[in-house]
Design a protein around this ligand. Structure first.
Ligand SMILES: Cc1ncc(COP(=O)(O)O)c(C=O)c1O
Length: 427
């Protein structure tokens, strides 16, 4: 009886605290626990979606996938003029931490339907020991491993699942190399949606268990992510599932682009000189570049100083590197893809021409590293800086060392390595 009374009092105090807090926010629900939106703020300035090839626009209020005419992805367009007039970049810093503090530049209209687990606002860590060891260089890591589900995929799936909820979609399926599957499963649970994850049977076992634990239907295939994509295409053709495959739906990119916004803010709106990103399907790299374009249009950064974008792949699966070095505008399918960096074991990207265009425009490059170089970098990064990176993340450090020795990176250039996931899941 005494215990019951105590529990009742605690509950009553919690209720009072909640009411006291609620006057300055529109609503505070289970899905969006860490989001606060002031009543005078516009939730999103999303206008429509656009195919960058034929420039056709698509209504974002209904379910969209990609431009079937051009077989190309759709990109979300915002009313940047209105944002420029109504929003001060430094005001965003004062908001509650997390990806959704950039909500005007994200696609969701209904705050209640945001599925959040506290993603975003990952740290920029100066890698001083490594910087001194290699030519006194200024180098940083953006550590995405601290996101929910331990990778940057959390950002994209938070955005895509939230928007899917808003559009009334109930069942989400994904072909994945691993991390995106874990993130979909977690965010779908958060939003009370059903998820199916199709992945190669040699995906790290922890990721497979994680997806099952979140309640996803897990399908394992003896094959690559491209084989998984064919299975998901079949599932969606039958009409029961909606595919959130990379670039087959437009909103994962939006979550990932916030990495670019955070970077600009963390560098006090003066972007670094080089960004090194492990590239598979390309959403991370393309998302960051999209952020820089939007930031330029908003007048929040200097458009004349954009970083050189570097795509890193494994020499066991390097379609982007091959195409870039050959001067092509598209990639060929990479046969017999093999690497320990499963996230970049992507034999072909749907957005290959966009990735190649960004590398060229930014004055960047594409570089392949071996699995041995990745493992060495993983150890060096852990011992020297206390960051345990996934193989994909460690690949950026291996690439940095190569680019320093080839003088692609000058010693006075500031470099950011994207540590896209934690190494913990790969043990
Ligand atoms: C840890 C990690 N890094 C990088 C990538 C490649 O990401 P993107 O598809 O954005 O190129 C993946 C994709 O699975 C990943 O899991």
């Amino acid at each position: 009886m005494k215990l019951l009374k105590k529990a009742y009092i605690v509950h009553y105090i919690q209720l009072l605290t909640f009411w006291g807090d609620s006057h300055d926010m529109l609503i505070h629900t289970r899905q969006n626990l860490n989001l606060r939106v002031e009543s005078q703020e516009v939730m999103t300035y999303l206008l429509h979606l656009k195919c960058m090839i034929c420039e056709q626009t698509f209504n974002s209020q209904v379910v969209q996938t990609y431009c079937a005419d051009c077989n190309a992805p759709l990109f979300a367009q915002y009313d940047l003029h209105a944002i420029e007039k109504s929003l001060d970049r430094d005001q965003i810093k004062l908001r509650r931490a997390g990806m959704w503090r950039w909500h005007e530049l994200l696609p969701v209209e209904d705050l209640n339907l945001i599925a959040s687990l506290g993603e975003g606002d990952t740290p920029i860590v100066p890698l001083s020991t490594l910087g001194i060891r290699y030519r006194n260089h200024e180098i940083y890591a953006k550590d995405e491993g601290i996101n929910p589900t331990s990778s940057f995929k959390a950002r994209g799936l938070s955005a895509a699942v939230s928007k899917a909820s808003e559009l009334g979609i109930k069942n989400l399926a994904i072909p994945t190399a691993g991390n995106a599957g874990g993130a979909l499963a977690a965010y779908a649970s958060r939003a009370r949606l059903k998820s199916a994850v199709v992945m190669p049977s040699d995906t790290p076992p922890i990721i497979i268990q994680e997806c099952r634990l979140y309640g996803a239907d897990v399908i394992l295939l003896d094959g690559l992510i491209s084989d998984c994509a064919a299975v998901v295409a079949d599932m969606t053709a039958k009409g029961e599932w909606f595919s959130v495959s990379t670039f087959r739906e437009p909103y994962r990119l939006e979550g990932k682009k916030i990495m670019g916004y955070e970077l600009a803010e963390q560098f006090n709106w003066l972007l670094p000189d080089v960004i090194i990103y492990p590239t598979g399907g390309g959403t991370g790299l393309i998302g960051i570049w999209k952020a820089f374009q939007e930031l330029g249009a908003l007048g929040w950064i200097e458009e004349s100083h954009l970083p050189k974008m570097v795509a890193v792949q494994s020499d066991g699966c390097a379609p982007v590197v091959k195409a870039f070095q050959s001067g092509w505008d598209h990639c060929e399918y990479w046969e017999n893809a093999r690497t320990i960096a499963s996230g970049v074991r992507v034999p072909h990207s749907f957005a290959d021409h966009v990735i190649l265009d960004i590398l060229k425009r930014s004055g960047g490059t594409a570089i392949a590293v071996s699995d041995e170089e990745i493992l060495d970098a993983q150890v060096e990064l852990s011992i020297s800086e206390g960051i345990f990176a996934s193989p994909e993340g460690a690949a950026t450090m291996a690439a940095w060392k190569k680019l320093l020795s080839s003088n692609f990176i000058a010693s006075d250039e500031r470099v950011v390595l994207f540590i896209t996931a934690s190494g913990v899941k790969y043990i």
